[in-house]
Design a protein around this ligand. Structure first.
Ligand SMILES: [Zn+2]
Length: 481
């Protein structure tokens, strides 16, 4: 949790990690001076504009990387050799030709279901799904059974996660049993390294309770993350309230159920000065509220789920419960607003809300089925497929550095994620072929559940290798752990 989890986390000294040569991949390089970071050319690969949301220029260039002791120790320079490096004797070679070499992805919204529903997912199966999706760190949500509202529950999950192919961090509950009535022992959990607190699955309904949680969080230097849903507006709803819900005869959840809580919590964050993170925003109104609040200096960050940039409420027309999720799939107009938020920096993180469900519980009539979709193995491909013009540098911000910063697991928070791909950085890498197409096969997912809304669909962008603390954990699309 706090502190670099590198060596001790996996029970092996970092010096035991292999020497790895990542060969032929392309890096996204920033140049603060505004010049092209240069060093492109010998190979004839063209510079691609890849500017970030704040306008910092970046270029993509080809270079080999040498990894050792859990770090990047050498980057090939374009000294007439096109960025190539010689492989030391005995080095493992990862072929990254045609690939982007990104910092390992970070998912700050993962439901691992353990403890409580190990048939749907375990920490082991969920972590494997994450590694296959290019993630090197995830934050597990606390709505397990028992919930993560005590030090012992948090310790149990962290101990089960030892040796997993991704670093597993946890979010703690804001209130005891996530019932909204009494604050959880946040200070005690913060001492264990918990940096994010949420009752996700439920919104904190009481404004007074949320205000108290924020005041407390501010003192502890932690972040409160809200599942924005006003129960009295959403109650009984199964899908977005709009044209499709009336056509299909299904009870609706209005956009206001989300937006009313977004607005309330932005006011409370401005008042208390606490860091507020808004989970899975899904409506044009929510994105607009956050955009205005950021302009006004409110300490807020926001995330969006891949399915809210890929799917709309029209998918529900078949009554297939695979398309039931909370917050629900919204309109085409909402989807465009969420994509704009991802592109312009209003949204700080794309977070999967990976929510496995056993098929016997999910295969129910639409209005009775539980909400939730798988996301870890498809998130990067969904973003690359749905937003092909998103500059690579912005992709890195929303899927690695942004979420790592929110979770407090970047270098500033004493962690090893969300950094840049350069000499000295932790060797947490996602190596993805952005042009490779693949068809999602629900029988081949690492997750114990199969509730992917993309099953049978073709996506573009395939993770080839994932490297955790210098060790390959996914090679050629196959998990090694
Ligand atoms: Zn939620």
């Amino acid at each position: 949790m706090g502190g670099d989890p590198g060596a001790s986390w996996h029970g092996a000294s970092v010096t035991d990690t292999p020497v790895v040569l990542v060969r032929g991949g392309s890096l996204v390089v920033r140049d603060a001076a505004g010049r092209p970071a240069g060093l492109v050319g010998a190979t004839g690969r063209s510079r691609r504009s890849a500017s970030t949301s704040n306008g910092a220029p970046a270029v993509v260039r080809q270079a080999d990387l040498l990894l050792s002791g859990g770090r990047i120790v050498q980057v090939g320079h374009d000294d007439g050799r096109g960025g190539t490096l010689d492989a030391p004797v005995g080095a493992t070679i990862l072929d990254a030709s045609g690939c982007l070499v990104l910092p390992g992805l970070v998912d700050i919204h993962t439901h691992l279901r353990q403890p409580g529903d190990e048939e749907a997912e375990t920490i082991e199966s969920g972590a494997r799904a994450a590694a296959l999706g290019g993630f090197t760190a995830v934050v597990a949500m606390p709505n397990t059974d028992p919930p993560l509202d005590s030090a012992s529950a948090v310790r149990d999950v962290l101990s089960l996660a030892r040796g997993a192919p991704v670093d597993v961090h946890v979010a703690g509950a804001i209130t005891v049993a996530r019932s909204g009535e009494r604050l959880a022992p946040m200070a005690e959990l913060a001492r264990l390294g918990v940096r994010l607190f949420t009752d996700d699955g439920n919104g904190v309904q009481s404004a007074g309770m949320m205000r108290r949680a924020m005041q407390y969080a501010r003192g502890l230097g932690v972040t409160v993350a809200q599942h924005c849903e006003v129960d009295s507006l959403a109650r009984g709803g199964a899908m977005h309230e709009g044209e499709w819900s009336s056509r299909l005869g299904l009870p609706g959840i209005p956009a206001s159920a989300e937006e009313a809580m977004v607005a309330r919590d932005l006011i409370l964050a401005a008042e208390t000065g606490a860091r507020l993170h808004l989970l899975h925003l899904s409506t044009r109104g929510s994105i607009g509220l956050v955009r205005d609040a950021k302009r006004a200096g409110v300490p807020v960050t926001a995330e969006a789920a891949p399915h809210h940039i890929a799917l709309t409420d029209a998918s529900v027309a078949t009554y297939d419960p695979l398309f039931k999720v909370n917050p629900p799939l919204r309109t085409d107009d909402d989807l465009r607003a969420v994509r704009d938020g991802v592109a312009d920096g209003t949204v700080d993180a794309v977070a999967t809300d990976h929510a496995p469900h056993r098929s016997e519980t999910k295969d129910l009539p639409f209005d009775q089925a539980p909400p939730g979709m798988l996301g870890l193995e498809t998130a990067l491909a969904v973003v690359l497929t749905m937003m092909p013009d998103l500059p690579p540098a912005r992709l890195i911000e929303v899927m690695s550095s942004g979420p790592a910063s929110i979770a407090g697991i970047d270098a500033r928070g004493g962690g090893a994620h969300g950094g840049t791909v350069e000499v000295g950085s932790a060797a947490n890498l996602c190596i993805v072929d952005p042009e490779a197409s693949w068809v999602v096969d629900r029988t081949r997912l690492a997750s114990r559940s199969t509730n992917s809304p993309y099953a049978g669909h073709k996506l573009r962008g395939r993770v080839r290798h994932t490297v955790l603390h210098g060790e390959p954990v996914v090679v050629d699309g196959e998990a090694l752990r």
